[in-house]
Write a protein that binds this ligand. Structure first.
Ligand SMILES: C[S@@+](CC[C@H](N)C(=O)[O-])C[C@H]1O[C@@H](n2cnc3c(N)ncnc32)[C@H](O)[C@@H]1O
Length: 384
């Protein structure tokens, strides 16, 4: 089993019982801190997590919410340290991390729960195995007794993480109504879950619209939505690259692996309609790969098909992120799940700050060097 999953799964399942994490035995002596202790604390009724990072006689503090803590554990805690002691009410788990492998030793203790143990609101919102979400059974992600179907585990991880990131963005929001568009929704696991998350778990009146080319899939999704009385969840057969889609006010655009330029048209829709939030996980970036030729500073990367493909994908997403930035979005490019759950694991997480008319000249000049045209750049160029 994956090393970090073992720990983050324990953290999730222990939830409020976790009292302290102690990371020690630094793997790389050059790493900034010799030891890190993490403890939960309450802020405005919410459980947050404080990192105490020890360097010599100094202590540096950092406060994180639960998803950020999990990310830190995965990217730093489990990488930079070889020992972790997890102390929880009633239990203690010792992890030893070596050469990508983990040893886990749990023992029961009589340690009582500590007050105040505020309920972790974030955790309530997440889709836990065993949770009664019948639509996920119909869609084939959960078994009838709400266990994850083995072959759907990676997809489950993806949608769970997607919703966690959205939860981060909307936790402080007092919106009572939201409209969300999902471009290239396919079997619509994410679309259903977003609807469930906002309407059932957050009590928001959500309208969630999914667009896809496939008639049979769209019909099935509408049928399942109808079966559960999900009135605000609707699916449409559309080619998002050519069709005119929903023109009303939109609060969020999402894409999860929408093929090739379908992602560009989703981003274009967001830019045109000044959509405040965009969560986009691109996929199969063929457009640049099909046209690219030497002429820029990185011609070396075009000598091998594999490198060219990866370079083209990175160039595509870098250009998309830049266009969004120039249009006034704050853009984070993040790995939204581990590579093992999807090699297409890069997400553009975007929040509109101040809409701007973009100056695309630098991006256009870069693309010109490689002899390529890029849909988002061209289409946004036509707007101004
Ligand atoms: C890889 S699937 C992802 C589906 C879904 N978002 C998920 O993550 O499970 C990509 C989907 O994009 C849809 N798609 C591709 N090009 C499209 C287009 N031009 N317009 C609408 N949908 C498109 C495909 O039909 C397919 O269902």
């Amino acid at each position: 089993m994956n090393m970090t999953n073992t720990i983050t799964d324990d953290l999730r399942s222990l939830g409020d019982r976790v009292q302290k994490l102690t990371f020690s035995d630094r793997a790389d002596p050059a790493f900034d801190f010799q030891k890190v202790c993490v403890r939960p604390y309450l802020a405005k009724g919410e459980t947050r997590w404080q990192l105490e990072q020890f360097r010599g006689a100094q202590v540096f503090h950092r406060n994180l919410d639960f998803p950020a803590l999990l990310q830190w554990v995965e990217s730093t805690g489990c990488v930079q340290f070889r020992q972790l002691l997890l102390t929880a009410a009633g239990a203690e788990i010792q992890y030893t991390m070596r050469a990508g492998k983990i040893k886990r030793k749990a023992r029961e203790t009589g340690r009582p729960a500590k007050a105040p143990q505020a309920h972790d609101r974030q955790k309530q919102y997440l889709l836990r195995e065993g949770e009664n979400i019948p639509a996920l059974v119909d869609l084939g992600v959960f078994t009838k007794d709400f266990r994850i179907v083995r072959s759907k585990y990676d997809k489950y991880k993806q949608i769970n993480r997607f919703v966690e990131l959205i939860d981060d963005a909307f936790r402080e929001s007092d919106k009572t109504e939201l409209t969300i568009l999902d471009f290239g929704c396919g079997k619509s696991y994410l679309t259903f879950i977003l609807y469930y998350y906002f309407t059932v778990l957050r009590g928001v009146k959500a309208t969630v619209l999914g667009f896809d080319l496939k008639e049979d899939v769209v019909a099935h999704c509408n049928e399942v939505a109808g079966r559960y009385g999900y009135d605000g969840l609707r699916f449409f057969v559309n080619d998002v690259t050519t069709d005119r889609l929903f023109e009303g006010k939109v609060d969020m655009v999402v894409t999860l692996h929408a093929c090739d330029t379908a992602t560009d048209y989703a981003l274009l829709h967001a830019i045109r309609h000044r959509v405040p939030q965009v969560f986009s996980v691109p996929c199969c970036q063929h457009e640049i790969n099909a046209q690219i030729r030497p002429g820029g500073d990185f011609d070396l990367l075009l000598r091998h098909g594999l490198l060219q493909e990866r370079f083209s994908a990175l160039l595509t997403d870098a250009v998309r992120a830049e266009v969004l930035r120039l249009c006034g979005y704050e853009v984070d490019v993040i790995e939204f799940v581990d590579f093992e759950h999807s090699p297409k694991n890069l997400m553009l997480r975007c929040r509109l700050k101040t809409p701007k008319t973009p100056d695309l000249s630098a991006v256009e000049a870069l693309l010109q060097k490689y002899g390529v045209r890029q849909t988002l750049v061209e289409e946004v160029g036509k707007l101004s």
